[in-house]
Design a protein around this ligand. Structure first.
Ligand SMILES: [Zn+2]
Length: 122
């Protein structure tokens, strides 16, 4: 059975929420990683030996740079989120007809269904 447009929209909405939850969990893990591996030890150093502030800041910079790939992955996920959702919940092939009204879309290049006006380019 070909899912209709509201069903596809609902599935995409659900998948978007799930992906955002995963991204949020990953983001929280990144923050935890930075806090526990980078900022906490440096704060401790600053408190115990305030004279070495420059060295401490250098260490902080080093540990943050070391964890930059993890943060980069977070932004990659954020930027491909929509693509991922479209890939997981695709609009059915045009040969099967318009998902809203069933009108045959064979040979029609426009993303708008000529029968009902549904936008299939999304
Ligand atoms: Zn249609």
């Amino acid at each position: 059975m070909v899912p209709d447009l509201p069903t596809i929209e609902w599935r995409r909405h659900t998948v978007t929420i799930l992906i955002r939850l995963l991204i949020a969990a990953y983001g929280a893990w990144c923050v935890y990683l930075l806090a526990s591996e980078c900022f906490a030890p440096c704060l401790e150093q600053l408190v115990t030996s305030p004279g070495n502030a420059n060295l401490t800041m250098f260490n902080l910079f080093g540990t943050v740079v070391y964890r930059l790939p993890f943060i980069a992955v977070l932004f990659v996920f954020l930027s491909i989120e929509r693509m991922l959702v479209r890939w997981i919940v695709p609009v059915p092939p045009r040969e099967l007809g318009c998902p809203k009204c069933g009108y045959s879309l064979k040979g029609i290049k426009s993303p708008i269904c000529p029968e009902c006006g549904a936008n299939l380019g999304r």
